[in-house]
Design a binder for this molecule. Structure first.
Ligand code: ES4
Ligand code: ZN
Length: 319
C-alpha cells in the first residue's frame, strides 16, 4: 500500500535489520551471540516491552561510527520511500550510545549524513526527535539534553521512551521544561504498557503536543473525551502492539473504536525490523485484519500529516 503518508513513531535503532546488524558487526569487529541472521530472527519472540528492549539494546552495540548511523538511516529511508512515506519524524536514543562510548556528535552527525539530504535522495522530508530513556535517571536526561545543545539545529523535539511502568512522566518534568525553553517540541510515549494516568501526566506535566501509543486511553472515557476535544494526536503502532502483547491479536486492536470515538489516530511502525513491518505494512495489516474502509485509510493518511510537526498546534485545533 503506498498512500502518501507521514511516519511519526519510528525508532531509528529499531530499523536495524539482521543483515545490516551482521554487516556492521563484521565491519567493526563486534561479536554477536547469534550464529547467523536466521538465528537472530528467531530471537525476535518477545513476551513484552522489556524482553524486546533487552535485544534492542544488545544489537545496538554494532553501531559505532558516523557511517554506521548514516547507513542505518539510509536503509530505513529506502524502505520507507517504497511504502509511500513522504515525511518522517525519527526518534533516536542517544543515552543508549553515549553510555557505551559513542559520542552525541557521532550519532547526530552520522544520522544527518543520511537525513540532511533525504528529500533529494529519497523524496522524504525528515526531522529528528531526541528521546530520553525513562528507565535512566532524571539527571542523566538533563546531561543528555546538555550534550545535545551543540546540535540543536538538527533536532526538532524531545521524546520519552523505553520501559514505561514505574517511570511516570513526572520524573522528567525538569528536562521537559528545559527542552521547552530551548524551543524544542515535546512528545512522549504514554499508555503503551503504562496506565491512562501517564497519558494525562504527559499532557499536563510535560506539555506534550502528541502522545506516542496512547492505546490505554480507551480505559478512561473522560480521557478519550479530552483527547478528542483537544485534538491530541496518538501515534499508534498496530504490529508493535501485537508483538509486544499490548493486544492479544491484531483483530482485537482498538483502532476502529478509537477512530469511531473521534480520536486523531495515526498508524506507524515503531521498530519495523523487530515487529514485522514498515509503515505501509502496518496500513496493509489494519486494512486486511480490521476491515477498515478506503475512507478510513485515507483519514489515517491525512491524520499523519495533520499530526506532524509540519502543522502547528493552532492549525491542528482549528480543523
Ligand atoms: C520502544 Cl515499542 C517501544 N516502547 C518504548 N520504548 C521503545 N524504544 C524502542 N521501541
Ligand atoms: Zn516507540
Amino acid at each position: 500500500m503506498s498512500l502518501p503518508k507521514a511516519e511519526l513513531h519510528l525508532h531509528i535503532e529499531g530499523t536495524l535489520e539482521p543483515e545490516l546488524a551482521f554487516a556492521l558487526a563484521a565491519r567493526n569487529g563486534v561479536a554477536l551471540p547469534y550464529a547467523d541472521t536466521e538465528a537472530l530472527r528467531k530471537a525476535y519472540e518477545f513476551e513484552d516491552l522489556q524482553s524486546f528492549l533487552n535485544l534492542y539494546y544488545e544489537l545496538m552495540t554494532v553501531l559505532r561510527t558516523e557511517q554506521d548511523f548514516a547507513d542505518l538511516a539510509d536503509a530505513y529511508l529506502a524502505r520507507a520511500a517504497a511504502q509511500g512515506v513522504r515525511h518522517a519524524e525519527i526518534f533516536f536514543d542517544p543515552q543508549a550510545h553515549v553510555t557505551r562510548g559513542v559520542g552525541m556528535g557521532t550519532v547526530v552527525e552520522g544520522l544527518w549524513r543520511a537525513l540532511g539530504g533525504s528529500e533529494e535522495t529519497h523524496g522524504i522530508s525528515t526531522q529528528l526527535i531526541l528521546c530520553f530513556l525513562r528507565d535512566e535517571s532524571a539527571e542523566s536526561a538533563l546531561d543528555t539534553l546538555k550534550a545535545a545543545e551543540p546540535y540543536l539545529d538538527r533536532i526538532a523535539g524531545v521524546g520519552l521512551d523505553s520501559a514505561e511502568v514505574g517511570h511516570p512522566p513526572v520524573k522528567f518534568r525538569e528536562v521537559y521544561e528545559a527542552a521547552a525553553a530551548l524551543g524544542l517540541r515535546r512528545v512522549a510515549h504514554a499508555g503503551e504498557e503504562g496506565p491512562p494516568e501517564y497519558i494525562t501526566e504527559a499532557l499536563d506535566v510535560l506539555g506534550v503536543e502528541r502522545v506516542d501509543h496512547g492505546l490505554r486511553c480507551m480505559e478512561d472515557p473522560a480521557l478519550v473525551e479530552r483527547l478528542v476535544r483537544e485534538r491530541i494526536p496518538l501515534t499508534l503502532c498496530p504490529l508493535s502492539n501485537v508483538r509486544l502483547r499490548a493486544v492479544d491479536t491484531l483483530a482485537d486492536h482498538p483502532l476502529p473504536a478509537m477512530l469511531d470515538a473521534g480520536l486523531l489516530c495515526t498508524v506507524n511502525s515503531d521498530d519495523p525490523a523487530y515487529f514485522g513491518g514498515y509503515a505501509g505494512d502496518n496500513f496493509d495489516a489494519v486494512r486486511r485484519t480490521l476491515g477498515l474502509s478506503e475512507d478510513r485509510l485515507r483519514e489515517l493518511a491525512r491524520n499523519s500529516f495533520t499530526a506532524s510537526f509540519l502543522e502547528h498546534d493552532e492549525e491542528r485545533r482549528a480543523r
